[in-house]
Design a protein around this ligand. Structure first.
Ligand SMILES: [Ca+2]
Length: 400
């Protein structure tokens, strides 16, 4: 009331003074109380102030309940390895094992011998060798109980080497076949193409079986032109003399490791089992490679002087230098079957299906590139004429 009376006595300037006074009061209240509220004049001249002071702080609340367990942490890095402990005591000797079953070796040999003696041909898979001249390394002997009858000896100086007792060793599992057992004529591969279909994708020497069941070890070219080719002639470094006799060409000569002629009887047998195509691959000393391919190729038997029966030239960037040799006989320096008054084989130092005389001479001398002598090198007339002797020559056939 006193305040209201005072405000009324103050006249028009009263509310201003009240406001100033309130500002002072509010400032004082803020020193002791955290909150002072000014509500307002509520439609009159009376200032209404709600004022209060906070009580004393209450007692601390109760402790909260224990929280849920945390997740497991990640595994740490491995510690440093500990030191090795002392050696343990030595164990006692175990009990003796049971005696093994008797092996089948005798049975296998009997089969092979039967096969060999029946056909009177050497078995490449059963040869033994110790140290053979030519490649100068010893091959592992077969087991001591393995018989070595004369029937199993190699009789010719074929691709295995000049020593009649020396043949190339069979690589493990080769002569014995993929399953580790000796192949028989019934189950063995007949051609390089068949070997390719059986999963032999790398070129190399394999034993195949001819139609008369005779085993023959041949070089299979699994890489060139679809693979499956049986290579029957190879020149590569001049390491083998190709100026040889009728008998040598009949039987074959050279080395599986390098140069060879597979043998006219073998080539005849290979080409007698069906139609074969022929491929000639040549490489010069600059590394250029060319080839010639023929639709069919057959070599007659010895009674027909190993006559060349050749089909059409199919393709090849080496050109055709063989067609004119078709239907001509094979000649060697000691067997002149050509149509020339002279001896072509002796004159051009090779062995070929000479007429009078040749447009190719792949069994000629290894003259290493250009040569001044005439037509006595490894010549292929349509590529290099008669004065270039190729570095590599390969002749190969494939059943079609
Ligand atoms: Ca002649």
């Amino acid at each position: 009331m006193e305040l209201g009376g005072a405000a009324g006595a103050l006249g028009p300037s009263g509310p201003l003074l009240v406001c100033l006074c309130f500002g002072t009061l509010a400032a004082q209240a803020a020193d002791t109380c955290p909150e002072v509220k000014l509500v307002g004049l509520e439609g009159s001249d009376k200032l209404s102030i709600l004022r209060g002071c906070p009580g004393l702080p209450g007692a601390p609340g109760l402790k909260g309940e224990t929280g849920a367990a945390g997740l497991k942490g990640e595994r740490g890095l491995p510690g440093v390895p500990g030191k090795a402990g002392p050696a343990g005591p030595k164990g006692s000797t175990g009990a003796q094992g049971e005696k093994g079953a008797r092996g089948e070796k005798v049975l296998r040999v009997t089969k092979s011998r039967t096969r060999v003696s029946t056909h009177k041909t050497p078995s490449h898979a059963l040869t033994t060798s110790t140290k053979c001249a030519g490649w100068g390394q010893a091959y592992p002997k077969r087991p001591q109980d393995f018989p070595r009858p004369e029937a199993l000896m190699v009789e010719s100086d074929g691709p295995g080497g000049a020593d009649p007792q020396c043949r190339e060793p069979q690589s493990p599992g080769e002569a014995a076949g993929e399953s580790g057992q000796l192949h028989s004529c019934a189950t063995g591969p007949r051609t390089c193409t068949e070997l390719l279909t059986r999963g032999h994708f790398l070129s190399g020497w394999h034993t195949i079986y001819l139609p008369d069941c005779r085993p023959l070890t041949v070089l299979c070219d699994m890489d060139t032109d679809g693979g499956g080719w049986t290579v029957f002639q190879r020149r590569k470094d001049g390491s083998v003399d190709f100026f040889r006799t009728w008998t040598a060409y009949k039987q074959g000569f050279g080395s599986q490791l390098g140069e060879f002629w597979l043998g006219n009887d073998n080539i005849h047998a290979l080409t007698a089992q069906g139609t074969s195509e022929l491929r000639v691959d040549l490489m010069d000393f600059e590394g250029n490679h060319r080839f010639a391919k023929y639709q069919s190729f057959r070599m007659a038997d010895e009674a027909e002087k190993y006559k060349l029966v050749l089909g059409a030239f199919v393709e090849g960037n080496a050109g055709d230098s063989l067609t004119d040799h078709g239907n001509h006989f094979f000649s060697t320096k000691d067997r002149d079957n050509d149509e020339s008054p002279s001896n072509c084989a002796a004159q051009f130092q090779g062995a070929w299906w000479y007429h009078s005389c040749h447009s190719s001479n792949l069994n000629g001398r290894y003259l290493r590139g250009p040569h001044t002598s005439y037509a006595n090198g490894i010549n292929w007339k349509s590529w290099g004429r008669y004065n270039y002797s190729y570095k590599v020559s390969e002749m190969k056939l494939r059943l079609t």
